[in-house]
Design a protein around this ligand. Structure first.
Ligand SMILES: Nc1ncnc2c1ncn2[C@@H]1O[C@H](COP(=O)(O)OP(=O)(O)O)[C@@H](O)[C@H]1O
Ligand SMILES: [Mg+2]
Length: 134
């Protein structure tokens, strides 16, 4: 993220994390979360994005994308996973609804915690092994 002067921290407490998942869908999910985080820190003087992964319990992995960007109020937080909801002038509003679908498809979930003018954390919980129905 050199061109954007965004500090990127990758926090892996456990380097043996493994999950069985659809690689391209998980890529898509984290690309969406990272692009949103990059948008959110645009006006911040010391922008920082953190990626975090750890074992949550015996069969669940927890992944987080955190930013110190503009954050969101409660009303916006309640709508962000709805398809086509966007606060951006040229936003499509499909990113987070897709993230939600991908998390649910893998038997997991995605949640947001955000404080206006402070930052946002997206937490994705995924079971280590999933039974994806064809
Ligand atoms: N990291 C974030 N910080 C602040 N707001 C966010 C963040 N991620 C998402 N949002 C809010 O959620 C809305 C929906 O996001 P998304 O579905 O990716 O659509 P889009 O990025 O096209 O607007 C965004 O328009 C923005 O208001
Ligand atoms: Mg987006």
């Amino acid at each position: 993220m050199l061109q954007h002067n965004i500090e990127l921290e990758i926090i892996l407490k456990n380097t043996n994390l493994k999950i069985t998942a659809d690689r391209s869908l998980l890529d898509q999910m984290f690309i969406n979360l990272m692009l949103n985080a990059m948008d959110a820190v645009k006006e911040v003087s010391e922008p920082c994005i953190q990626l975090y992964a750890d074992q949550l319990n015996e069969n669940t992995i927890e992944l987080k994308v955190l930013d110190n960007g503009k954050g969101m109020d409660k009303e916006i937080q309640e709508r962000i996973f709805i398809p086509f909801f966007s606060t951006k002038s040229s936003g499509s509003g499909v990113g987070l609804s897709l993230c939600k679908q991908i998390a649910l498809l893998h038997g997991g979930n995605i949640e947001v915690h955000s404080i206006e003018h402070k930052g946002t954390a997206f937490t994705v919980e995924l079971p280590e092994v999933q039974l994806i129905e064809e």
